[in-house]
Write a protein that binds this ligand. Structure first.
Ligand SMILES: C[S@@+](CC[C@H](N)C(=O)[O-])C[C@H]1O[C@@H](n2cnc3c(N)ncnc32)[C@H](O)[C@@H]1O
Length: 272
């Protein structure tokens, strides 16, 4: 990774760590001294009232997504779901309910403070079919062919290596597996400079791919049945969009083990 990419990733980590601490201290993830630029196009208002009511308040307060991927992913009993950039855990906890005791919901995040918040929310929710993993979405710490559905809510735009994320999603999915993602996507006519004029990188705007770039990236990774559907505008020419695609059932079995990183826990179930 270049120095610039490393710096950008560290900036993202610091900002989301601050957001997690803010929620842990009783606030919400937006609107503090380290505010991440979000408005009503982001966060918990994108969930149905019954979904919000069923979760710990801190999971709702930490919601920083730009959609509701659990609503678009069409989850079924017994499935294995992986949420990339799981934050305070809102989509992991909702998915865990939908796949039931015979299924499993994994959350992956690189930010210790977010993982600590997610673990606390899991405990409050009493969810047992849930596992949070520490790592990056560019090097997913799970074996190949072990996941039925990859979801993600406003995270892939934050990656400094999107081809690696697409390749990793493909690797961990079982043949026939699918993705159901919410992300910010730019109109094809917007240059990188024009995207950056509309919002910053950590606020999920400047790093967004265009519709054509997203489509090309997924094709290059091997996905088929690709659909990109804008749902609402988040800035001029920039949209929250639902992204769906399938790993063909006939795809050769992927290789690679994705070594797991230990999520260091103390007795309270929190991260060190
Ligand atoms: C915009 S928040 C979204 C959180 C959550 N999906 C939600 O809907 O509330 C982005 C999250 O992705 C995590 N993240 C950003 N880049 C990442 C990367 N490259 N690898 C792993 N996690 C990442 C951040 O730590 C943060 O928790």
């Amino acid at each position: 990774m270049s120095d610039q990419s490393t710096d950008l990733r560290e900036t993202v980590r610091e900002r989301y760590a601050a957001a997690a601490v803010q929620v842990t201290e009783g606030g919400t993830a937006c609107c503090g001294p380290q505010a991440i630029e979000v408005d009503d196009n982001f966060g918990s208002t994108l969930y149905a009232a019954d979904e919000r009511d069923s979760l710990p308040a801190e999971a709702i307060a930490a919601s920083l997504g730009c959609g509701n991927p659990t609503a678009v992913a069409d989850l079924h009993e017994g499935e294995r779901v992986l949420d990339l950039g799981s934050g305070g855990g809102i989509d992991v906890l909702l998915s865990a309910r939908r796949v039931g005791a015979s299924g499993k919901a994994y959350g992956l995040d690189m930010t210790e403070e977010m993982l600590a918040l997610a673990l606390a929310n899991q405990k409050k929710a009493g969810a047992t079919n849930v596992e949070f993993l520490k790592g990056t979405i560019e090097a997913i710490p799970l074996p190949a062919n072990t996941i039925d559905v990859v979801i993600s809510n406003c995270v892939i735009n934050l990656s400094t290596d999107k081809p690696a994320v697409f390749a990793e999603m493909f690797r961990v999915l079982a043949p026939g597996g699918r993705i159901g993602i919410s992300d910010v996507v730019a109109d094809d006519i917007l240059t990188s400079e024009q995207r950056a004029e509309r919002g910053d990188y950590v606020g999920c705007i400047a790093g967004a791919l265009s519709f054509a770039e997203y489509h090309e990236g997924l094709v290059a990774a091997g996905f088929t049945d690709i659909e990109l559907s804008p749902t609402h505008a988040v800035a001029d020419g920039m949209h929250s969009a639902i992204v769906r695609a399938v790993k063909p059932a006939t795809a050769p079995i992927s290789v690679g083990s994705g070594a797991a990183l230990p999520l260091d826990q103390d007795d309270s179930g929190c991260c060190s």
